[in-house]
Design a binder for this molecule. Sequence first.
Ligand code: NAI
Length: 481
Amino acid sequence: MVKICCIGAGYVGGPTMAVIALKCPAIEVVVVDISQPRIAGWNSERLPIYEPGLDDVVRQCRGRNLFFSTEVHRHVGDADIVFVSVNTPTKTCGLGAGKAADLTYWESAARMIADVSRSDKIVVEKSTVPVKTAEAIEKILVHNSRGVRYQILSNPEFLAEGTAVKDLFAPDRVLIGGRETPEGRAAVAKLRDVYAQWVPPDRIITTNLWSAELSKLAANAFLAQRISSVNAISALCESTGADVTEVAHSVGRDARIGPRFLSASVGFGGSCFQKDILNLVYICECYGLPEVAAYWREVIRINDHQKSRFVNRVVSSMFNTVAGKKIAVLGFAFKKDTGDTRETPAIDVCNGLLGDKAVISIYDPQVTGEQVSRDLAMNKFDWDHPRHLQPLSATDLAKQVAVAPDAYEAARDAHAVCILTEWDEFRTLDYKRMFDAMHKPAFIFDGRNVVDPAKLREIGFVVYAIGKPLDDWLKDMPAVA
Ligand code: NAI
């Protein structure tokens, strides 16, 4: 029996290994983590992450050939293939702060693998890492090897949160990069055999190590670029009376462009896009390519601009002040079908509104009040967020922020509703009921284009929707910067 151990039981390690265990009953898969609560969650009835379909997969194979454990050393030592799926955040201090990937967790995982290994191992980079990381990892392993032989593979993960199980069941592609030596090719073949249990052969791409590492950063940069491109166009739509949904539809019908990932919004979030682009920017700078770095940096700048633009629109529409006004925030997760709030645009929008002294009431079906408080209290960095959207003190936060049990409670006695996540349930709310319970004029600011502006205007709302023609009220308000 092949034994797989995955270091890191997070959003990637957990679902990925659960699907491998489900599809490969002859392989034993152990997911290990230094976080005891995380492992306890994976071993409980309430998994530590929300992901549609994941409960079912875990239920089918946990205890059979899928295990979650904090006994990191033992399971790494026993494994033939070790996946490393630890977090790789942006460095917050020192050389490359604000851009470079922080490989502390990765390096400590690599040193630990070297310490506990007594048999040959294939070490698989699952985390997103800077191009050339495999070389550094190889050096750590080889210099501490005590006769154990290692092959490093790059197998970046392309799943998207919210659709992780679906993506893992039927991936667009699985990418495996390895050394172009006989041993390297054998290691690639071994990992390919695992995926070949359920992924069609033409969807398994093998490349050299550096292509695989760089492809992941490039793919995320391209995806984020599409969002920033359509968001840049959304600003122009609002100024000209064009409708961004119509423009995106027309543009996306060009087969060379394609229809997906062209929805305008309040901005992209999530743990990956910003960090991976910053990482790409840093790598470009390190290789003496400042123009290329500046090109990709602009994708983040437009994203920050989109969040600031949204906040400015809310404030300027409401007579240039939201001080003391209650604003309902519907949705806090960075997108629907996940409870993940890492880098969610809601943090910046809420901080912007709080900075203008609004009182906000937040409802999200998957995000707890504790998580909201943690996120809004977090001290971010200048590079990370638009400068004027910085957090308040804990005392002011407690006074100005509440978490509501549902959308109606959030909107009761509110002056405005901001929709910040595209949860399906927000499409079918009884907006008339909300309108009746709100102060007038009642505003809706739809940051995800989930409502029909015409219908809400009929109810009596003043409606702003990203990239849609402005109603007369908003046209009369001062232009937003
Ligand atoms: P995460 O933060 O949810 O999980 C990482 C886990 O690794 C944590 O539970 C942490 O306790 C554990 N860990 C850290 N150091 C460890 C060590 N030395 N030994 C044992 N466990 C350790 O992170 P997530 O979201 O799963 O991301 C992991 C990697 O995958 C990152 O590089 C990310 O960029 C990449 N990725 C993330 C995607 C996503 O949608 N979240 C998608 C594709 C790639």
